[in-house]
Write a protein that binds this ligand. Sequence first.
Ligand SMILES: Cc1ncc(COP(=O)(O)O)c(C=O)c1O
Length: 453
Amino acid sequence: MNESSKINFLHANNGKHTFHPMGHPAELEQNPARIIDKAEGVYVFNEKGEKVVDAVGGLWNVNLGYSNERVKKAITDQLDRLPYYSNFKGTTNPPTIELGERLVSLMKPEGMVKAFFTSGGSDSIESALKIARQYWKMLGQKDRYKFLSFKKGYHGTHFGGASVNGGERFHRSYEPLLPGCFHMPYPAPYRNPFGIDDEEQLVQTCLKLIEEEIQFQSPDTIAAFIAEPVLGAGGVYVPTHSLWQGLRALCDKYEILLIADEVVTGFGRTGEWFGSRYHGVAPDIMCLAKAITSGYFPFGAAMVNERINDAYMTNTDPFGGLFHGYTYTGHPVGCAAALATLDETYEANLAGNAKEVGSYLISRLKGLQDKYEMIGEVRGVGLMMSLDLVSDRSTKAPAAKELMGPLADHAWEAGVMIRVSGNVIIMSPPLVLTKEEADKIADGLDYAFGKIS
Ligand SMILES: Cc1ncc(COP(=O)(O)O)c(C=O)c1O
């Protein structure tokens, strides 16, 4: 097939034979997905060769950019040596052993002692929720099966994750979901229903409501609280450290497990290696995925602390077996990709770069907020940020959804790929981003807002 007939083929078949996640299939036929055909550094190219800065970083995951030779080589070397072998009872492989040791030593400040490997974020969440329930059963507290989470949170797409997710669109069409999941208000100052402007006061109000819910449910029925250290897909909300410290204190008071969903915040995105470290909190379970391999291989992990490991180690009944796992748990190629990604993340000090370039980009975005009335709020930390668009700054009424597609198209024309979710632009560029590339993103958005204002 020559180049032009290949492009014709792609256009004719785009969206015809595949469902895409997180959108209406019928809409996709009218608005075909952008075809991303190639990538280099922090740039992606479409099928026509148009080149843009990827301000989305794949999907919060391509922290190293697209051209990391060390990770590619680790993958191909491992494919040559051992492309697959199972981690089910009785067998393992060297990269599994090495990665387990590496993650545990990396996560010493959080007190993690063991890893359970998965194929991605939703798997890591599912593993964490199941481990949390099993923990309490092993301790003889069989009533502790409930989960608490935040209304704005996102924890993936399996039934467990969907059940603890906030946002009715993740629930409504798939109900009935897991019984025993309760959703708490998130202390997001912008448009909060309490009318509280002082953020600390808002945090303390939400913590009080959480405590009230714990008491209402009866503490000895709650297995775990799950939350994102920085709330991502729900609109990028950066909570105060006091929220996380307050959650830890409540969990300690009522012996509830604290699960940190670090699928987005893990590996430097917030400017610290982990979101929990950013808050100075040690959870009981930490869910990892995405940037653990910079997106080069589908991979993830659920990490547990000594408290949970001890319960397994001291259990003597048959129900302490971990009868949970995936064909691809401990996939040698995924583990090799993760090891190389960790080396690169450390050597290039990507967390430090996220802090520096992230604060620069956020300050550029705040400059755009001064210029364009429709930017109601700029939120972010490190290299995760959002612009909350409004039709009226005084009422904070969300901007019309019809504006968002054209805005993204104009950003593309100006050489920037952005992601829109409702009335919010969400950005999470690769952590190798330079200030010059951050300028390209801000200038591209300036052009796009200029077009629709
Ligand atoms: C915080 C969080 N948890 C879990 C997930 C699910 O991860 P995956 O899409 O790899 O299953 C996501 C995905 O974006 C996420 O943002």
